[in-house]
Design a protein around this ligand. Structure first.
Ligand SMILES: [Zn+2]
Length: 433
């Protein structure tokens, strides 16, 4: 017993963070004009990480290249905390191997010093509104919001090494556009890290410039409560840096607050569990019961890099987009999974082979074609005396609406099992008629 306990403590200590970051490389493969954008080093700064996530999903690079890490400190993003293992942005000078952030910090360092990378942007939301002179507790030199942060004026004589000049140009562009309020004006905050700021010597940007990589931080203000407005400012700054680097881009939305708000409200994204169970991200019920999973640590994939899960203390799995809760899943852990590849389904009288994990649309009814050794369970539908639910025409009116996964009562679960093993699922969406 004691040995077991000790073993479990040791494993906890030697484990790193639950979630590692993802790196997305967009544009030309071997470009020497590469902008590296990093979001989410601090988990409670959504202006930064949502901006980076929108770059991943909604921008196309036609010339040059854009590398994006939207979720550097993903464990902290999911918990909406600055740093669940301490401040990650103070770990770049020195980090112990036992630190849960160790692998993340070492891996992002490798990305930063990659020879392709021309310039590094680290995105933050900072307190207050930075001003060179003290005005009051919100507008003063000690806060960080609405500023381009540089560690020193320049790091060399190259065109991209004059950090002050770059920051000036970007600020001029930001301030020349429609600021929501005049006091949102961006300033340059030079931390003069080498001589004056011991704490900043431990930071990501200082690590970069010590390796002679131009690096800046963009900070929108935590005092701006509207997330879409912070993202609007961040994306304008990032686009200006892309212009500086002659990176050509396209985005599939217009850069204004209304469009950004729409993308925040309805991403249209999906999440796939263990490659065999897909849920949409939006409009889910607050609770989904008996959700089958292949292990305690399921594989979670999504086209939205901020989608992730975490275990709550009550045993529920919280499905989130960034810090935003989308649904609570009550997990039903299977000791074994034997995934089906395809399922034959008759949809409104037309028989099709459907890949496991799909979401399919039906107008009137669907019928699962039975397979030997496979049990079918349509959640919310039953017929007395039968456990096997393939071979029946199932209409929307026959399924109890409270069993839908969506709030509208139109998206239903069909789950498959091979004896005691879980074999995957389909969702059936009944279209409005
Ligand atoms: Zn920060």
């Amino acid at each position: 017993m004691i040995r077991l306990l000790l073993l479990s403590i040791l494993t906890t200590l030697s484990f790193g963070a639950d979630n590692h970051f993802k790196l997305f490389k967009k544009g030309e493969n071997d470009s020497n004009r590469t902008l590296l954008v990093i979001g989410g080093i601090h988990g409670d700064e959504p202006g930064g990480y949502f901006s980076a996530a929108l770059l991943v999903k909604h921008y196309k690079i036609r010339k040059g290249s854009l590398w994006v890490v939207p979720n550097l400190n993903f464990d902290s993003i999911l918990r909406f905390r600055r740093g669940v293992y301490g401040d990650m942005n103070r770990k770049f000078a020195d980090i112990k191997e036992s630190d849960p952030d160790f692998k993340i910090v070492e891996d992002i360092k490798k990305v930063i010093i990659d020879p392709h990378v021309s310039l590094v942007l680290n995105l933050h939301d900072g307190r207050g509104y930075y001003r060179h002179k003290w005005q009051n507790s919100i507008f003063n030199p000690y806060v960080w919001g609405q500023a381009c942060i540089i560690d020193q004026e320049r790091i060399g004589s190259g065109e991209l090494e004059d950090l002050n000049k770059l920051a000036n140009r970007v600020n001029a562009s930001l301030n020349g556009k429609n600021l929501q309020e005049p006091y949102h004006k961006f300033h340059i905050k030079n931390t003069k890290t080498k001589d004056k700021d011991e704490q900043m010597r431990l930071s990501l940007t200082y690590f970069a410039i010590k390796n002679r990589k131009p690096a800046l931080a963009i900070e929108t203000s935590k005092n701006i409560t509207d997330l879409s407005l912070k993202i609007y400012y961040q994306l304008n700054a990032i686009e200006e840096f892309m212009k500086l680097l002659e990176i050509e881009y396209e985005r599939d939305f217009s850069l204004n607050r209304e469009s950004i708000e729409r993308l925040l409200q309805n991403s249209g994204s999906e999440v796939v569990f263990d490659k065999i169970y897909t849920l949409p991200i939006e409009n889910l019920r607050s609770y989904i019961n008996y959700f089958p999973l292949c292990s305690q640590n399921p594989l979670v994939e999504s086209d939205d890099p901020l989608v992730g899960i975490r275990k709550n203390h009550d045993g529920y799995i919280l499905l989130q987009r960034g810090h935003i809760l989308k649904s609570r899943l009550k997990p039903d852990y299977f000791t074994e999974c034997k995934p089906l590849r395809k399922v034959e389904v008759s949809i409104d009288g037309k028989t099709q082979n459907v890949k496991i994990g799909s979401i399919i649309d039906a107008k009137e009814y669907f019928e699962i074609i039975g397979q030997k050794g496979v049990r079918t369970n349509v959640i919310g539908w039953s017929r007395p005396g039968t456990k096997e639910e393939s071979g029946f025409k199932i209409y929307k009116k026959d399924i109890l609406p409270r069993f839908s996964v969506d709030k509208n009562g139109s998206l239903f679960r069909v789950e498959f099992y091979k004896k005691r093993a879980f074999a995957g699922a389909l969702l059936v969406r009944f279209q409005k008629r």
